[in-house]
Each structure stands twice: as structure tokens, then as C-alpha cells.
Design a protein around this ligand. Sequence first.
Ligand SMILES: [Fe+2]
Length: 364
Amino acid sequence: MSETLEQKMAGKEVEISHGELAKYRFAPGDVYWVKMNGKLVRLLTVGDYIDREFIQKFTSGNMSLMLDRIINEDYLNDGISILEGMRKGRSIKERASSRTEFIDWLNDVFWSGEKEGSLIDLIILGEKVFFAFEDEFAEKLVSGNTEFFTRSALMGILNVIFAINMGYMDDKLLCDIYNLPFLVDYFMHVDGYAFDLIRALEMERKSSGNGREWLEFKGDKMAEHNMFFEHPDKSARLVLEDCKKYFHSEEMVSLIEKHHERMDGSGFPEGIYESELSDLETLFISVNQAISFKLEFVFGDGKKYLKNIIAAMDEDENEIFSARIRSVFENIFECSKQQENENPEESEAIEYDEDLHELLKESA
Ligand SMILES: [Fe+2]
């Protein structure tokens, strides 16, 4: 084991059995295979989709696996229990009570940053509670692009978080809005994601029109440009043909048609404005636009994550988020904090995590 890894692993509960790892669909930390000579080989990076067959090869005989754990297991389990409680809630009152608990749970890490937690906690939370796809279909999606898949999982749970904050508590709606991001680019997935299309998606995300323009004027890219322009409509249609069974509502699937529209009307294919979009549509579009196609997860990256997203809106020239979403978040979390504080006058001023704030600005 190298000195760096020894230091990294010092004092952590590092051994993980195949059985424990198999409980996860996304790696809860970096996973290493311990070779006979004691050296470590990294098999998975935190957030990677866990291919069970691949991992099985490293668990026979005396071979063992080590995990550099990123997740906060106790915190994560509390979140799972709250959301499962909401799913089982028989009355509006029961679900509303779970909603209040969930907002408090989020507040501890992702708004106030008073507790430790990471984005991988959110990703695993979403997967444990809402993931609807069978293994075979999931593996088909992963084979297109693993980074897309993990990004989709983060988008899915962020959709749920935003929706719950906005007052949506219907179980079927929350399931659908979690699972939709995995299929927003489904039309492009069917033929495999060409590198140029992924590059165009990231360019388009950063600045509306750039991805389309780049494909249009790059010599022989016209076919890809057309595919790119048509993919919101074609993906929605193909999802209804191929995988309708994973969704409760065809109306929800139609959100895919609008995932590249923008608040300022500069999106595609229709170029519609925020005033022509429902709350749910603005939520779906905003999350799709806010999350980079290149993600890296580190310990503690969840602290104040939601607060920083809202703060980043102030400097957001691309108008990623609807003002409607912003006001809902500020009201809910600031009120929640105020209620807990016995003397509201002594409330701390809002402090932003500089590093994460910068990161968010870069990814926006
Ligand atoms: Fe797309």
C-alpha cells in the first residue's frame, strides 16, 4: 500500500464484503481490490455504477475489497426512512408530516451545513427509494455512458427534492420525476452516444445555442445537428414506445419534450418562455441545465449544496432557475431555520461555502 493510500485509509472502516457492496447500485466511496502483495487497485470511483458481475470476480478465495467510505450511513438511512414513510403515507396529513421531516433532514446538511453529508448520500437515497428500472434495462442504459447514468441519478433526486419543497407529495409523481432524467436523451442512447453529441450537450448546457451552433458549422455534423435538435421530441416518443411501463403518467413523460427549453426563450425545439411553462416544467428544465456532465464527488460536498445553488442564481446570466423555485427554497429553509432558533434576532448571516460556490458558478 502506498503511503498516500495508507494515510487515506487510516482510522477508517475500510473492509467491505461483496454482500455489503451489492446493496448499492452506486459506489458509496472509492472501492479498491487488495492484491496478494498488499497493493491496492482501484476498481470503482465514488458514484460509479456497480457492475455486480465485475465485482464478483474480485471476491473469490482470499481476495478482499476495501472502501474509502464517502457516505454518511446514519444520515442516509434517516433520509431513506423519511421518504419511504412519505411513500406509504395514507393521508395528506401523513405525507405533509413526512415532508416537514424531510425538509429538516435536508436542512441539516444541504442548506445549513451543520452536519456532514455528501452528494453521494443523495444519489443513493434516490436510488433506494425511487429507482424503477430492472437490472437488465439499467445495464443497457449504463452501457451507453456511465457518467450520464450517475448524472441522471443526481438529477432525479434533485427533481424530487425541488418537487417536495414546492409542495408535490404524490407518490406516483415523485417516482416519475425521479426516473425521467435517465431517459431524457434516450433517442441518442439507442444508437450509442457519439462523443460529439456529448460535447454538444455540455456546450449547450453552459450557454444556450452553443451546442447547436457548433454541430451546425463543424463540417459534416449536420446529421448530428438534426439528431440533436430533434432528440427531445423523439426521446419522449421512444420512451412511450419502449418503456412506458416504468412511468405512471404519459403527461409526465412529455416533460422530456421540454428539457432543453430555457427560461429566457433561447432553448429548443420550441423556444418557449418561462411564462409559458408550468412550475413542474421549470423545475425539470432548471435541474437538467444546472448539473454538469462531468461530475466528481468528494467527502462533504453536500454541505450547503442547495443554499449555494440558490446563491449562484444571483450571478446567473443564463437564467437557469425560475424565480419561482428560488422563492420556494428561500422561504422554506429560512423559515425552518428561524423556527428552530429561539432568538431569531441572533440568527447568523447567510454564509456561503466559497469553494463550492465557485464550483457551482463554473458548472452553471
Ligand atoms: Fe437532452
